[in-house]
Design a protein around this ligand. Structure first.
Ligand code: UD1
Length: 413
């Protein structure tokens, strides 16, 4: 175990709430002020997209001021689109304001096939005409129609895209089998504070009544539940102790329960979580599900933690089919993991050992970091740019708690 891993810290603003809310700042055609914005590269790319469309963006530490008054662009540049999967939800906001948008298929972390069919099917249902015959997807819409959209799967992005596309107008759109993630509630809160009429966010039926106009807004982004889970798992795997502030325990209750099952002490009071790890950790079973189930984004981190828990653990990944790539790297560090389709079977070892490894994606990369601080010896992680996409200063935060992480700046990897 890494010696003396302990401390108290605040959780940063949520990446997955910031990205759709940034898209939503297009809608008012006015000035929006956002607080508690995480300093991560996915946010930087989203800002570049907004700027390419004609928005003016000012950044002051964790505060962003977005002025969409003079925005005229409706085409999302392909090179930026390719860098970020959630860029696709900017299309919904552009269509709502301008009645048209042009974009290409999005990129992002390679954790599965990640299609956008549910987004496009939903768009068509609410009256958006889509031409997919060129290399771009061209959307046009005279009027959003009042209708119900039944999602085949509660996709987070498709739910957000449909909400954004339906904000302005005179219709009523109902989304059934909507995603219920807290970030969707944050987006709806943001929109409603601007004057939108979105009800039911946080349940699986969301109604959006179109409005004519929206007002200026100041808004504070919710805490990042995935960062909170990552810090808790870093503490659990190193036998440490942590108090997290500015966090919403309810948002990560499946993780807190599983950590308790494995032998950690967990206490929650209002917006704080206290965790003390245990010298005798025991394995468990987890299955990823849409919210309020166990979040897929914390599966790689929990799987990593389970590599040092006694006995056999079983993990089932139900959301993304390609989310076990990082386990190949963990095996280099002594982890005993067998993958069979959706399932990972983990035989706990006493301790991992340092190795040269490579990030495969954002959460997989963070998993290697927490494995590295718990391991005996030195771990070198290549391709840390994946981690920087979605974590604000994760290395500094872990060092504050007692890790010893250094960045080799200037090197490509
Ligand atoms: C969001 C989160 C991501 C998280 C994921 C699931 C953001 C920026 N990202 O991603 O961190 O891991 O939710 O909680 O908020 N699908 C389709 N067709 C579609 C859309 C999705 O088949 O049109 C499938 C995906 O391939 C995947 C599943 O639905 O298997 C879930 O995807 P979705 O909920 O859309 O995830 P994202 O919004 O991309």
């Amino acid at each position: 175990m890494a010696p003396d891993f302990h401390g108290e810290m605040d959780v940063s603003g949520s990446k997955n709430a910031t990205l759709p809310i940034l898209a939503a700042t297009i809608l008012n055609g006015k000035v929006s002020k956002l607080y508690n914005v995480p300093d991560i590269s996915d946010v930087k790319i989203t800002i570049q997209i907004l700027e390419s469309l004609g928005c003016k963006v000012k950044k002051d530490k964790k505060k962003l001021i977005i002025d969409s008054r003079n925005m005229k662009g409706t085409t999302i540049p392909e090179e930026l689109m390719r860098k970020l999967r959630s860029s696709v939800i900017i299309a919904g906001a552009i269509i709502s304001r301008f009645g048209e948008a042009c974009f290409s298929y999005p990129g992002g972390c390679d954790i599965g096939s990640r299609p956008i069919d549910l987004h496009l099917k939903g768009f068509k249902k609410i009256g958006i005409k889509i031409d997919e015959n060129t290399s771009n997807i061209v959307c046009k819409c005279d009027k959003i129609i009042s209708t119900e959209v039944q999602l085949d799967f509660p996709s987070v992005g498709a739910t957000e895209n449909l909400i954004l596309a339906s904000v302005l107008g005179t219709h009523e759109v109902i989304i059934k089998n909507a995603a219920m993630e807290p970030e969707i509630v944050d987006l709806a809160d943001f929109l409603n504070r601007m004057g939108a009429k979105v009800t039911g966010a946080g349940t699986n039926v969301i109604k959006i009544r179109g409005v004519k106009e929206l007002r200026e807004i100041s808004y504070t982004i919710m805490p990042d539940r995935i960062e909170a889970g990552t810090l808790l798992l870093a503490t659990a795997i190193t036998g440490g102790e942590i108090k997290l502030n500015k966090v919403c325990p309810e948002h990560i209750s499946p993780i807190l329960h599983k950590l308790q099952e494995c032998g950690c002490r967990v206490e929650t009071v209002k917006n704080t979580i206290y965790l003390k790890s245990n010298a005798k950790l025991i394995g468990t079973e987890i299955k990823t599900m849409p919210y309020p189930g166990f979040p897929t984004d914390l599966q790689p981190l929990f799987t990593t933690f389970l590599t040092v828990c006694k006995g056999t653990s079983i993990v089932t990944e139900n959301i993304f089919e390609n989310r076990y790539k990082f386990t190949q790297e963990l095996k280099r560090m002594g982890a005993k993991i067998n993958i069979e389709g959706k399932t990972a079977i983990i035989k706990g070892v006493k301790r991992l050992h340092g190795a040269n490894v490579e990030s495969t994606d954002l959460r997989g990369g963070a998993s290697l970091m927490i494995a590295g601080i718990a391991a005996r010896g030195t771990t070198k992680i290549k391709k840390v740019e994946y981690i920087l996409r979605g974590y604000e200063n994760l290395d500094q935060k872990l060092n504050f708690l007692g890790a010893n992480i250094t960045r080799e700046e200037g090197k490509e990897d």
